[in-house]
Design a protein around this ligand. Structure first.
Ligand SMILES: [Zn+2]
Ligand SMILES: [Zn+2]
Length: 371
C-alpha cells in the first residue's frame, strides 16, 4: 500500500510502497478514506515529538471503512464507517479504570514507542520496521489500529468531514465541555484560531458562552472564528489587556491553542480574578512558561488538557449526532484538500501558519469531498 513516510525529522515526507501486516485479534484493518493534517504531525516531522526512533508513517486524524476485524472484535464489522481515535483505551490501566481513558498509560507508552497497544508495529518498508504515528498512521491507503481506536460512524456524516472528528473536533470541544466546564452566560477567550481553536469557538457557542473573544495574528482565521460564533476578534499583538477591557475585567475561561510560552502567558493575561486558563496547544519539549505568582492570590488557575479530557468512545458519537442534526459544522475549518502526494506541502503550509485544516483525500469516491 502507499503511505507517507517520514524517514527522519526535518526531512521531506515521501510516499512509498509500505507493507502492512494483518490485524491481531483485538485490532481492525481500515481502508483510509480521508485524513486531516494536524499540528502534531508537524511536530513529529520537525522532531519536536517522538523519541528518536524513525522512520514513521505520519497521520493520526482520519476516517475510513473497515475491511477486516480481529477475532475478538465485536463493536465494528466489515463495511462499517469509522473515525480514528489516537488514544485507544486499554480499559485496564489505572486512568482507564478511573474513567479517564484519554490518559491511558498503555496507549501513552505505545505512542512514545511508535507501536500499537501491544508494543509492536504492523508497518514495514523492505526489512525496516516503521513506527506508527500516535497508534494510527493514517496518511496511507490502509491502517491497522487497536479496535478501541475505531469509533463507528453513521452514514449521514461525509467521511471527509468525519476525518476531522478524532483529533481537532474532540480536542477543541472536549476542552470546553470537560476540561473547563463552560456554563451558559460565561465569557471565553480563544488564543489561536487554527484547526483546533475553531472547534473551541464552536464548543463555546454550543455551551452557551455569552462572550467568545477570538485572538489570533491572522485576520483570515479571525474572520472564520467570527463565522463560527465568536462575538469579538482581536489581533494577538493587542495583548491580554485589550481582552480584559472588552470583557469588563477579563474572561472566565481562556483557551490556549498554540503551544507557545508567550501565548500561554497571553491566555493567562486575559483572565478575570477566579478565571481559568486551559492549555490545549502542544508545546515543544523543554519549553517553560512563567506566570506572575502574585496573581494566584486572585484565584486564577491554569489547567492542562489532553484530547479534550474526553471519554472518546462515549463522547465522539455525541458530537457526531450534533453534526448530523446540523448544529455543529465541520467543513468550514477545511481550507485545503490534497492527496497523499500533497502531505509534505500541507505540512509546509502549517509550518508557515497558512490556512486552517488540510484534508488528505485518499479515496475520492468514498470521501464525498467537494473537490
Ligand atoms: Zn492532532
Ligand atoms: Zn488504559
Amino acid at each position: 500500500m502507499r503511505a507517507a513516510v517520514l524517514h527522519e525529522p526535518r526531512s521531506p515526507v515521501t510516499v512509498e510502497d509500505v507493507e502492512l501486516d494483518p490485524p491481531h485479534e483485538d485490532e481492525v484493518l481500515v481502508r483510509v478514506v480521508a485524513a486531516g493534517v494536524c499540528r502534531s504531525d508537524l511536530h513529529f516531522a520537525d522532531g519536536v515529538l517522538g523519541d528518536g526512533r524513525w522512520p514513521m508513517v505520519l497521520g493520526h486524524e482520519g476516517a475510513g471503512v473497515v475491511e477486516e476485524v480481529g477475532a475478538r472484535v465485536r463493536h465494528v464489522a466489515h463495511g462499517d464507517r469509522v473515525a480514528f481515535c489516537f488514544v485507544p483505551s486499554c480499559a485496564e490501566c489505572r486512568p482507564c479504570r478511573a474513567g479517564r481513558p484519554n490518559l491511558c498509560e498503555t496507549a501513552g507508552r505505545a505512542s512514545l514507542r511508535g507501536t500499537l497497544l501491544d508494543g509492536t508495529s504492523r508497518l514495514h518498508l523492505d526489512s525496516t520496521t516503521l513506527q506508527h504515528c500516535l497508534l494510527t498512521s493514517c496518511f496511507a491507503d490502509r491502517v491497522v489500529i487497536a479496535a478501541a481506536g475505531a469509533i463507528p460512524l453513521p452514514e449521514a456524516v461525509p467521511l471527509w468531514q468525519a476525518a476531522l472528528l478524532g483529533c481537532g473536533v474532540m480536542t477543541g470541544i472536549g476542552a470546553v465541555r470537560n476540561t473547563a466546564g463552560v456554563r451558559i452566560g460565561e465569557s471565553v477567550c480563544v488564543v489561536g484560531c487554527g484547526g483546533v481553536g475553531l472547534h473551541v469557538v464552536a464548543g463555546a457557542r454550543l455551551a452557551g458562552a455569552a462572550r467568545i473573544v477570538a485572538v489570533d495574528r491572522d485576520p483570515a482565521k479571525l474572520e472564520l472564528a467570527l463565522r463560527r460564533g465568536a462575538t469579538h476578534a482581536i489581533d494577538a499583538a493587542e495583548g491580554g489587556r485589550a481582552v480584559r477591557r472588552l470583557t469588563d475585567g477579563g474572561v472566565d475561561h481562556a483557551f490556549e491553542v498554540v503551544g507557545l510560552p508567550e501565548t500561554i502567558r497571553l491566555a493567562w493575561d486575559t483572565l478575570r480574578p477566579g478565571g481559568t486558563a486551559v492549555v490545549v496547544g502542544l508545546a515543544a519539549r523543554g519549553a517553560e512558561v512563567s506566570l506572575p505568582a502574585i496573581e494566584f492570590l486572585s484565584e486564577k488557575s491554569i489547567l492542562g488538557c489532553y484530547y479534550g479530557s474526553a471519554n472518546i468512545a462515549v463522547e465522539l458519537p455525541e458530537l457526531v449526532q450534533l453534526v448530523v442534526d446540523g448544529r455543529l459544522a465541520l467543513g468550514d475549518v477545511v481550507s485545503h484538500f490534497t492527496d497523499l502526494d500533497g502531505v509534505e506541502e500541507a505540512l509546509q503550509r502549517l509550518r508557515a501558519g497558512e490556512g486552517a485544516r488540510t484534508v488528505v483525500v485518499i479515496d475520492a469516491d468514498l470521501a464525498g469531498a467537494p473537490v
